[in-house]
Design a binder for this molecule. Structure first.
Ligand SMILES: [Zn+2]
Length: 269
């Protein structure tokens, strides 16, 4: 998760277990616009086998995402838009569920959105990252017409945008939602945890680390300037936070906002 950063440094922020694993979350975010209920990312899902789950030390079965949504007081049937920042399995495995050996939409009423160049890349099956893609998470939705593949920056609803931010891979998108002068930004794997705010702390699996650094500098500078609420998709403690400039690490969590600023109901792991 921390690439060339020495363990002596990163382990202070993310303690590792005996197998060198650290705690990570599959955070999904829910945006309500009044007209739309929008789910950003769908997490771990039901398609990883027992061996993978043991290796990742996650429970043998994942609670179905609609149940998790309902637990937060939100009718899962009301979800009419699902956005995937990119198509790595850990961001979209909950898009579909297996029924009688077939993958079908978890949210049948929803229109799903993902990046077309990312979808094309997923099908290239490159040695470097093919392990990150499971076609059952998106192809059945593309075939049924439920998934819209967008060529680049795209407004999925008024004030809610998918915006290109390369680095983690070529076509990953961050998601922004603006309302009454406030902006929420889901940074996805551009800044997977708050420990990755320091621009040079880049994960080893990022395909374009120099672009990660460049885009972190660009996006986090805007986040500081306009006092955005940022979402960290893999942080097990900090789902939302504001960020600030830091003389030592360039960016850090804003102490004023606290680790969990008031964002009711919409937090899931
Ligand atoms: Zn990820």
């Amino acid at each position: 998760m921390f690439g060339v950063v020495p363990k002596s440094l990163w382990s202070r922020k993310a303690p590792a277990d005996e197998a060198n694993r650290i705690r990570l979350a599959f955070n999904c975010y829910l945006i309500r616009t009044g007209d739309h209920t929008i789910l950003v990312e769908t997490g771990l899902g039901d398609k990883r086998n027992a061996r993978d789950r043991e290796r990742m030390r996650v429970p043998l079965a994942t609670d179905p995402l609609p149940e998790v949504v309902a637990r937060h007081g939100i009718d899962p049937e009301s979800i009419d838009i699902v956005i995937n920042s990119h198509l790595h399995w850990d961001h979209c495995c909950g898009n579909t569920v297996m029924q009688a050996g077939r993958a079908v939409a978890t949210f049948p009423r929803a229109r799903y959105f993902a990046s077309r160049p990312e979808w094309e890349h997923a099908h290239e099956r490159l040695v470097r990252d093919s392990v990150a893609y499971l076609d059952e998470n998106y192809d059945p939705l593309v075939e049924s017409g439920q998934m819209t593949l967008v060529p680049g920056d795209h407004a999925v609803a008024p004030g809610v945008w998918m915006r290109h931010a390369a680095g983690h891979n070529r076509d990953m998108m961050v998601i922004t939602a603006e309302s009454r002068g406030q902006t929420f930004c889901f940074l996805s794997d551009l800044v997977p945890t708050a420990a990755h705010l320091q621009p040079s702390w880049v994960a080893a699996f990022d395909l374009y680390p120099l672009e990660t650094i460049e885009n972190k500098n660009r996006w986090l500078a805007r986040a500081v300037e306009d006092d955005w609420i940022c979402g960290f998709g893999h942080d097990p403690e900090i789902d939302f936070a504001r960020v600030t400039k830091d003389p030592k690490t360039v960016f850090s969590l804003s102490p004023a906002a606290g680790p969990r600023p008031a964002s009711p109901a919409a937090t899931m792991e």
